[in-house]
Design a protein around this ligand. Structure first.
Ligand SMILES: Cc1cc2nc3c(=O)[nH]c(=O)nc-3n(C[C@H](O)[C@H](O)[C@H](O)COP(=O)(O)OP(=O)(O)OC[C@H]3O[C@@H](n4cnc5c(N)ncnc54)[C@H](O)[C@@H]3O)c2cc1C
Length: 367
């Protein structure tokens, strides 16, 4: 059994750590700040496989959705999970694109239902019928969202019960190389932690501890912006995708708001303030959908950079030319993490090869 170090305590590293511990290997997860401090703590965290093309990438995301169900079953209580599906309606200009997407999803076996405005009123009575008027409405019953930090904590608590070790506040400064293989990692305080295998789950910081320029993964991360309301009296219980804003509950009556358009106006350097124009705009758009929100301002905002490999697809697998070094870097990591946890453990500890990952190997960037 290899001794394994996992770098990074986001949803991906936490899932990988648990499954490696369960597989019986010695595993230590090293997190620079705190569990969920990275992109996982600023994610819309919608579990889905929409707009995922080609088919292999769709299948990978469906595998993520299915594995979420497996994890829920294994844990019994899954306080991080919020099911009930997601609802979408689009502007008339995007209706034909949406119809084509629905047809494709159905062909690929994804569960999609057209619902009426009356169905939506029964499901989400706080949605203003005028905001939906004339739009085709779609319901995706198998989708949901998670609380990523709650999820990561649950995975790591279980990992510790299986003998895994978790260090927070320990920054990995170097992946230690011994010829053509990895020897472990060095942390900021100068400690050398030896390992047979290092699994780098540091998300957008994946290259931070890699000294060799030729072994750095090319990234093309994009910034994402979220605004949060204070607790308000709406009964919204599902993810809503509407023409101007995506909305979902975020606990204790808070709503999380997002839009692709707003993302394009921010970067990781943008000074953040709940009173900023982007936040006010998202709140105004959400209020048009959920008038019962009443007079409210954003209470918090967050920006994060998505850990996206340069061609937009996941990079999961061994690094060519460096034995024992394994990368797990991906967008949609919230959807994918439970599946990646299992698949990576099977490959790293079990010596098996996961077919679903065949097209998503980091090797494509290094050959
Ligand atoms: C606005 C937004 C919306 C999103 N919406 C969705 C969505 O709806 N559905 C979905 O599936 N995905 C979504 N994503 C993407 C998803 O959130 C990410 O793919 C996922 O969180 C990545 O998780 P991770 O564990 O790989 O990375 P992270 O959560 O970033 O974790 C990496 C960890 O590594 C630590 N670290 C970094 N460097 C070091 C080091 N040298 N030593 C030790 N530790 C280190 C960091 O502190 C961090 O905690 C969204 C992302 C954003 C920004």
């Amino acid at each position: 059994m290899p001794d394994v170090i996992v770098i990074g305590g986001g949803v991906v590293g936490a899932s990988v750590c648990l499954r490696i511990a369960q597989a019986g290997a010695r595993v230590a997860l090293i997190e620079a700040k705190r569990v969920g401090a990275g992109t996982s703590g600023a994610s819309f965290a919608w579990v889905n496989s929409r707009h995922k093309r080609p088919r292999a990438y769709h299948n990978l995301n469906v595998a993520g959705m299915r594995e979420h169900a497996v994890v829920r079953q294994q844990f019994g209580a899954a306080p991080w999970w919020h099911g009930g599906g997601a609802v979408e309606w689009v502007s008339p200009a995007k209706a034909s694109d949406q119809s084509a997407e629905i047809e494709r999803l159905k062909k690929w076996g994804y569960i999609v239902e057209r619902i009426t405005a009356k169905d939506l009123q029964d499901m989400e009575p706080d949605v203003d019928p005028a905001a939906v008027s004339g739009s085709a409405i779609t319901y995706y019953p198998e989708e949901g969202w998670i609380d990523p930090v709650v999820y990561a904590h649950a995975m790591l608590s279980a990992a510790q019960r299986h003998g895994g070790h978790v260090s927070s506040g320990a920054h990995v400064t170097e992946v230690v190389l011994r010829g053509d293989r990895v020897g472990g990692v060095r942390t900021e305080d100068g400690r050398l932690l030896e390992a047979d295998v290092v699994v780098n789950c540091a998300g957008r910081w994946v290259n931070g501890a890699m000294q060799e320029a030729g072994l750095r993964l090319p990234l093309a991360g994009t910034a994402g912006f979220l605004a949060f309301t204070p607790p308000i009296a709406t009964g919204l219980s599902r993810v809503l995708h509407t023409p101007g804003v995506n909305v979902r509950p975020d606990g204790a009556g808070r709503l999380m708001l997002h839009s692709d358009e707003t993302d394009e106006t921010v970067s990781i350097e943008t000074p953040l303030n709940p009173a900023m124009a982007q936040a006010s705009e998202l709140v105004a758009r959400a209020r048009r959908v959920l008038p019962s929100m009443g007079e409210v301002e954003a209470e918090a905002v967050r920006v994060a950079v998505r850990p996206i490999p340069a061609d937009g697809f996941s990079a999961v697998g061994p690094m060519p030319r460096l034995r024992g070094y394994y990368l797990v870097v991906t967008h949609s990591g919230v959807t994918l993490s439970p599946f990646l946890g299992r698949a990576v453990a099977e490959e790293v500890v079990g010596g098996r090869t996961c077919d679903v990952l065949r097209e998503f190997r980091p090797a494509r960037f290094f050959e």
